[in-house]
Design a binder for this molecule. Structure first.
Ligand code: BG6
Length: 293
């Protein structure tokens, strides 16, 4: 299919009727639905589907920089670029393609990108939908430079929730985090689980590979499994910041929560010829079965 600007989007489906949509704009997942057709990712009603900016919602890819701590535009350029379909991807582990519906995308830097970030790389992204309806994103970044380079990374995942004040995150208790609202000062999480009553913009450090987001009202739990991604970003703009974002409704902060698998505190360094892999798997379980994760 095409989006509003004629940019190709690809629809993945599984036999049970779950689906995912991926855009060449940013390599961004723009939709993920369960077998009942319910949307699991948040997209703002005010989202702007127009390059060069990433659309507000889905899963934008932050690369080669997360946030604005660096010389590049906020969250790096990858989310703003038009990717291509990778017709000839190098093989992945057989478990990462068997029985799945998937698409492989590729980003190589343009001359303009290399002015701001003077490195040659190939960024391969595989987006898969499993027979269980899980969404899997596998990013592989290869250094094809003559010298090493470093980057940070995040899958900026906008989860759709029924009411932010009824949501809690499990798996980040007792961890250290950098608070972006406070000059990236370092704190230690004290609570039993993370709940929301004001703006939150944190990078939890060295987090476990499994994080659960419990949506009490919907009786739905998102399970986030990550590999190669030590950090976890938690972001909700709350009311004041929502009003300052042109592509976000004033009240929409109640229906979304970003929880990103990320590599931020310690940037990834690749020597010439080296490759890094960052894998994210999103599943949904109904709350009565949430002991499963
Ligand atoms: C979050 C950052 O991950 O992304 C926030 O931690 C930022 O500081 C938010 O406001 C949204 O960023 P953007 O560039 O998509 O508006």
């Amino acid at each position: 299919t095409k989006d509003w600007n004629g940019i190709n989007q690809f629809l993945l489906r599984n036999p049970q009727g779950a689906s995912a949509r991926v855009s060449l704009h940013g390599g961004q997942v723009t939709s993920w639905r369960n077998e009942h057709g319910e949307e699991l990712l948040f997209t703002s009603s005010k989202a702007i589907f127009k390059p060069p900016k990433a659309m507000r919602g889905g899963i934008p890819i932050c690369f080669p920089q997360f946030g604005n701590c660096g010389s590049l535009e906020q969250h790096g350029f990858a989310r703003n670029k038009i990717w291509t379909v990778d017709d000839n991807p190098p093989p992945l582990h057989p478990n990462d393609s068997h029985g799945k519906s998937f698409i492989d995308l590729l980003l190589k830097p343009s001359e303009e990108d290399q002015k701001g970030w003077p490195h040659s790389f190939e960024f391969r992204l595989r987006v898969s939908l499993t027979t269980d309806g899980d969404l899997i994103l596998i990013s592989r970044v290869r250094n094809i430079n003559g010298k090493p380079f470093s980057f940070s990374f995040a899958y900026h995942t906008y989860l759709s929730v029924s009411d932010i004040s009824e949501v809690r995150i499990e798996g980040l208790e007792t961890l250290d985090y950098l608070d972006n609202l406070c000059q990236r000062e370092r704190f230690t999480e004290q609570g039993d689980a993370i709940t929301f009553e004001s703006e939150m913009d944190r990078v939890y450090l060295s987090s476990p590979n499994v994080i659960a987001v419990l949506d009490h009202e919907k009786k739905r739990t998102y399970v986030i499994r990550k590999e190669g991604l030590p950090d976890a970003v938690v972001w909700n703009p709350w009311d004041k910041k929502s009003k300052s974002m042109v592509d976000f409704g004033d009240e929409e902060y109640k229906q979304m929560l970003c929880v990103d698998g990320a590599a931020i505190e310690k940037p990834i360094t690749l020597k010439p010829g080296e490759e890094w892999t960052g894998r994210l798997q999103l599943s949904v379980v109904s709350s009565s079965f949430c002991s499963e994760y």
